[in-house]
Design a protein. Structure first.
Lengths: 125, 323
């Protein structure tokens, strides 16, 4: 019974987040590359915050980054970037955070998003 | 000076602004939900095009009726920039398709030039034509390139300092310059070899977003990180820099009108800020709402257009006759 529950929970999680491939995700990251870095030693001044450790990180809390009022308000409500929240945000940023200043229309394909998230998880702090 | 235009929604709204030596009017037009006008360009027939980034379309707006419609550009389309080419067509830099797209306003035919397969995703940004009719473009992931509309040949070059190429513009003599946001430089393209000559600005790490040329070929640069407006004169290599008014300006877009008046947008103040090079004075006009997020400016004689990506509105300042 207990094992059955665990299996059900794993299946549910898998359905919500199909297993991504970090290698493919590194290529998907090219969508983000012009404004974001996944290099902890990055020295360039980029317009977006570093994505090192983004999964599970507090929203809009990186030092030295000027977040939009919209994202700051979103942070107060949601706290941290869960995988699910990130997935929804990168699907259609403007829909999840209206008036976000991130000028990115979103990633439509669930597989690409899963790959990207898998890649970002490899870039933990 | 700070003056307030009115706003009414779907229909055009008129407010008269008092600006030194110039009679000006402001109108604001609401676009359909989700259109997200990133860039704007006057069309040859009095209409106005906008890059409807989230709809993957070109928007066609008629100021006479206040109505707009959109034409889809292709699968995965997400256009960033739009300009009018010397052929009277709309030319879009389409990041979603990783392609340059031409829209013929007469036939509404769409032609797509994909970037070479091995280029990868480039985050296409903006484009300009040189004096020979060659189309030059930037990609923020660290490239710039050229498309020869006659042969259809597309060439891509790696930018100095990697990622960052953003605004691009041509001068009255047909030379092409671009700026790098992450690289914080002005670059002149050698149109024969495709090489970039890096011109370092006086302010380090200024974060140049866009640029435009005045009638004398001087290049006006909007600096996001520094909040400055700067001007480079290629004739003598000089630079001049002015800080925009306000507590913490963020200079995003820049455009120079036919009278050599410089127009910028300041995200720090949600305002349009004009600059008169003769008097070196700024004038400020608020956008239609907070978070209007105007990323680009373009105009034609007597009109300066501002796409409000944040509110999905188009704003125009009709500059009228200079007294």
């Amino acid at each position: 019974m207990r094992a059955g529950l665990v299996i059900a929970a794993v299946c549910a999680a898998s359905a919500a987040h199909p297993a991504g491939d970090p290698a493919r995700g590194e290529r998907v990251f090219q969508y983000c590359y012009s404004c974001h870095s996944v290099d902890a030693a990055e020295t360039a001044t980029l317009q977006g915050p570093s994505l090192v450790g983004i999964v599970g990180r507090r929203i809009a809390a990186e030092l030295g980054v000027e977040y939009s009022p919209a994202l700051r308000a979103f942070a107060e409500k949601h706290g941290r970037w869960s995988e699910d929240l990130l997935d929804r945000y990168i699907t259609e940023p403007e829909k999840v955070v209206p008036q976000t200043t991130m000028a990115f229309p979103g990633i439509e394909e669930a597989g690409e998003r899963a790959d990207l998230l898998a890649f970002l998880k490899t870039r933990a702090r | 000076m700070r003056v307030h235009p009115c706003f009414l929604g779907a229909a055009a709204v008129l407010a008269v602004l008092a600006v030194p030596a110039t009679a000006q009017q402001v109108q604001v037009y609401q676009l359909p939900p989700g259109s997200y006008p990133h860039d704007v360009a006057p069309a040859p027939d009095g209409k106005v095009w906008y890059a409807a980034q989230k709809h993957g379309a070109i928007g066609i707006f008629d100021p006479k009726t206040g109505q707009s419609r959109e034409v889809k550009l292709g699968p995965k389309s997400a256009p960033h920039g739009v300009i009018q080419g010397p052929d009277g067509a709309a030319w879009l830099t389409d990041g979603g398709q990783n392609a340059i797209v031409r829209f013929d306003p007469k036939t509404e035919a769409i032609k797509v030039w994909k970037l070479p397969e091995d280029t990868g995703y480039t985050n296409l940004n903006t484009a300009a034509f040189d004096k020979d009719g060659v189309h030059w473009f930037t990609g923020q992931n660290g490239i710039y390139g050229r498309l020869d509309p006659k042969s259809g040949e597309v060439k891509v070059f790696k930018a100095p300092k990697g990622r960052g190429p953003y605004g691009i513009a041509s001068t009255p003599d047909g030379e092409v310059y671009y700026v790098s946001l992450a690289g914080s430089f002005l670059g002149k393209i050698d149109r024969a070899t495709g090489e970039t000559k890096v011109i370092e600005p006086p302010t380090p790490n200024q974060g140049a977003r866009r640029l435009w040329s005045d009638s004398q070929g001087r290049l006006w640069v909007s600096e996001w990180n520094s909040g400055n407006l700067s001007m480079h004169d290629p004739k003598d290599g000089s630079w001049k820099t002015w800080k925009l008014p306000g507590e913490k300006p963020r200079t995003y877009a820049v455009y120079v009108d036919e009278r050599d008046l410089v127009w910028t947008t300041d995200w720090g103040a949600d305002a349009v800020v004009s600059f008169d090079p003769k008097t070196e004075k700024f004038a400020s006009y608020p956008m239609s709402a907070k978070g209007a997020n105007v990323r680009q400016i373009l105009g034609r004689p007597g009109e300066v257009w501002f796409p409000e990506s944040g509110t999905e509105r188009l704003m125009v300042i009709r500059t009228g006759e200079t007294q």
